[in-house]
Design a protein around this ligand. Sequence first.
Ligand code: ZN
Length: 130
Amino acid sequence: MEALSPSQIDEFRAELTRRKAHLMSEIESKLAQARSERVAPDAVSVTDGGDKALLEAASGLDLAIASRDIEELRAVEAAEARITEGRFGVCVDCGEQIATERLRAYPSAVRCTDCQNELEHRSALHTSKL
Ligand SMILES: [Zn+2]
């Protein structure tokens, strides 16, 4: 597999920037919505510990609501860092070039299809033992 050309790298960089902007607005709106639901007048009472626990659970829940987006955002940022370091599109496990079609589908992919399948196979085996 040939290394990515500088123009392909530029394309991926632009795509990652778009994804990042999209994810940030997703996270922002989810957190804002969770926050506005939390301050609804009948949901907030400061008189007993039960409600305090409820509020703490709610703020953890806010993060849980956006956790998938936050995770993806981190992956996108890591991919941007790999572009800067000149390691973008190279499998972290075997060091081979990741297929361009795979990167088009998942610009933040860190493994080639073979290594990803291997990893999922291994973790599936691991999970079934539990
Ligand atoms: Zn690999």
